[in-house]
Ligand binder design. Sequence first.
Ligand SMILES: *[C@@H]1O[C@H](CO)[C@@H](O)[C@H](O)[C@H]1NC(C)=O
Ligand SMILES: *[C@@H]1O[C@H](CO)[C@@H](O)[C@H](O)[C@H]1NC(C)=O
Ligand SMILES: *[C@@H]1O[C@H](CO)[C@@H](O)[C@H](O)[C@H]1NC(C)=O
Length: 443
Amino acid sequence: MVRFIVATALAALSSVALTQSIPSCGPNQPCPAETPCCSAYGQCGVGAYCLGGCDSKHSHKLDSCVPAPTCQNKNYKFDTLDSVMAIDEYLGDSTKADWVASGKPAIYNKGLLMTMAQDTVGTLLATTHYVWYGKISAKMTTSQGRGVVTAFIMMSDVKDEIDFEFIGVDLGKAQSNYYHQGVTVYTNSANLTVSNGNTVEQEHEYTIDWTPDQITWSIDGAEMRTVKKADTWNATANSFYYPQTPARVMLSLWPAGLPTNEEGTINWAGGVIDWNSNAMQNGYYYARVSEVNVECYDPPSGANVQGDKSYTYTDVAATNDTVKIGNDLVTLASFYATGENPKEDPHASASGSAASPSMTSAPETVPGMSGGGNRGDESGAGGADAGADPQASGAAGGDGSAPASGGGNGGFTQGGNTGVNTAAKVGGSTLAVLVAFMALLFL
Ligand SMILES: *[C@@H]1O[C@H](CO)[C@@H](O)[C@H](O)[C@H]1NC(C)=O
Ligand SMILES: *[C@@H]1O[C@H](CO)[C@@H](O)[C@H](O)[C@H]1NC(C)=O
Ligand SMILES: *[C@@H]1O[C@H](CO)[C@@H](O)[C@H](O)[C@H]1NC(C)=O
């Protein structure tokens, strides 16, 4: 399992001490009623914690997480950032944004740059709509350099995962990988050769074709690898270790080679990152995505279809047969609302109190953004700015001057038991998604 120890770096960079501990969640440890939603980082909160990435398996209740918008057939272009919303602005209305971002995306030459400046941890984008089987392509160039990883992945809220990952020292290869519910199986990885030029200088089209029965990874239209569900049977677990739950498209650029990361992660990424690299321009590393295309497949035969707008889980098993397609879309009224309580909005009442009366202390509201407890309080300072808002409205209640305090203090485990051996061998996996967490703490 992926274990992320960020304590020292955060302690050094953060001038604000951790004032409250954020409840954590994971196997046999669901979130408490007051902060019911379990984030992708294994921490409990409200608001954006209940949106994309909210893990129904480890939340207070199955309906603590907001229903996931269903697959949208779409060709996403990046002439502007209009379709990209900062994670601390998005309340779940998928008609308002196609992508939710942490870090600093920028537009350059009709493409979206994911940037990573010194002492930040890059940029992470995720679609607001989920895909429950489909053909997903990204036309992109990667970044380069020791410790620099570019990723194009599918990630479900219960951590079923399908990856293309690009290591910045290995420009002729894409690493393909898949996981089921976050269980790291090292033999799942395979290297794919990129022909017709490297991954940095030439744009290539990377495609994940995901059906209920198999996954095929293609590069520039050429099929490079196929994994059949039938071959993923795990007799120990008595289940298919196959990605089988609705997943978001994610794109990221992240510093796997931070000195504070696990040695195995740093080695996998080609070494410790160099913040004076020639590969940096205008002060940052970058990867450029010009287009993403999503073609949705029909729901699997036998699926529990009661509508066509939302995916929810009917059981904590979170397997293919526990996904319900319904019409239960919800937009949160504020960053204090949850799936169980979507209308919660402290500012709608005359009291003016920052937090809900039912809450004993200010809850965390945006995953990876500590101090997010002030989110939604117009007078409040302290919400860190995700920096992704093209309008830079400062609506986050912060001007970026408030340092983020550390949700990660004391270390941070994703998914449970970690052995030294496994840690030393750890690859990309769920680390890609941890970017958001780290990014915001450093901003
Ligand atoms: C993929 O390539 C990397 C770097 O060349 C190597 O370290 C790794 O072992 C390879 N993975 C597989 C599964 O062959
Ligand atoms: C099978 O499942 C067990 C229990 O989750 C896990 O430890 C093991 O790595 C899995 N093996 C494979 C090959 O998927
Ligand atoms: C779930 O997976 C099982 C095993 O592959 C399959 O028999 C069943 O049809 C699937 N159900 C759905 C709804 O996809």
